[in-house]
Design a binder for this molecule. Structure first.
Ligand code: ZN
Length: 296
């Protein structure tokens, strides 16, 4: 489906803006949870639809300048995530709110972060400075609603894997060389949260480990651990976390090291060289490494 066919509705919403004008397609009935953002007195949103998203951004913002690209990226990210986890359909309309700064984010949702998902509301939020991947928060949105809530280590690990797969192995190798990877038992547990250690390291490490689990043992066991927690790992995989950790680190030492060149401005991961035992590269759009310390 081409982009013009995807764009069904164009509305203007928010305080001080003309009432919503539906140009084409069905009007969007926002839930009370969404209305708290749409009706926020400090924001004057323009909102536009695609098939699966409602995008809201401020006029003349960087997001407004990039909205055509962002629509394509969001739909592509959503499709890639559904394919990765083997989900044929996902019906909820996903809201994507774009703001210009962490200060604006704090004003809107009460947290000074670059990205945030609120899956129970089907709402995602981003500080945007141009076209970029939206996959991390979309992963939270979809998996939390399809598989339920999980321990944070696997929620974040899977979101990083889904978003940054092509660069994870090299990034993990860099941390291994620098002796900065943490023993997995310190982060693969119900207690870990992103404030405990360097999020740049732990997000990368969890993403790399989840990637290894998924590529080696499949998505079904990931779903089991997602729903049963880290304590189920020995039963699900038939081996301890420590054994899986040794396997993962050994696999990194066997894989070719140079994967950095496969990241392009448009995220054409399909042009990456094939390495390891898998010939499938997660469709990914990456423009720069995220600053994970400000993500959730
Ligand atoms: Zn996250």
């Amino acid at each position: 489906m081409d982009l013009s066919a995807r764009i069904l509705v164009c509305v203007a919403l928010g305080a001080g803006i003309a009432p919503a004008t539906v140009l084409e397609g069905s009007p969007v009935d926002a839930t009370p949870a969404i209305r708290q953002y749409l009706d926020h007195s400090r924001f004057a949103w323009n909102c536009e639809r695609t098939e699966h998203f409602q995008f809201c951004f401020e006029p003349k913002s960087l997001a407004a300048q990039s909205i055509r690209d962002l629509k394509i990226i969001a739909e592509d990210n959503r499709s890639a995530i559904l394919e990765l986890v083997g989900i044929p359909n996902y019906d909820p309309l996903i809201y994507a709110f774009f703001v210009n700064s962490r200060s604006q984010m704090k004003r809107l949702i009460g947290a000074k972060v670059d990205g945030r998902a609120r899956p129970t509301q089907h709402a995602t939020f981003y500080v945007i400075d141009g076209p970029r991947t939206l996959a991390h928060e979309i992963t939270h949105e979809i998996l939390s609603n399809v598989w339920g809530a999980a321990e944070p280590w696997i929620e974040e690990g899977f979101a990083v894997y889904a978003t940054e797969s092509p660069i994870l192995d090299d990034d993990c190798r860099d941390y291994i060389r620098a002796h900065r990877l943490l023993p997995l038992e310190q982060i693969v547990n119900p207690r870990w949260d992103s404030s405990m250690y360097s999020a740049d390291i732990t997000y990368t490490e969890l993403g790399g480990f989840v990637k290894y689990l998924e590529r080696t043992y499949g998505i079904g066991r990931i779903a089991q651990v997602w729903q049963q927690g880290s304590q189920s790992i020995p039963q699900v995989y038939g081996k301890s976390l420590a054994t899986l950790e040794r396997e993962w680190l050994a696999s990194l030492s066997r894989l070719p090291a140079d994967r950095s060149n496969c990241i392009t401005l448009t995220g054409e991961a399909s042009s990456c060289p094939v390495t390891g035992t898998s010939t499938i590269e997660t469709p990914t759009i990456l423009i720069s490494r995220p600053h994970r310390s400000s993500w959730k």
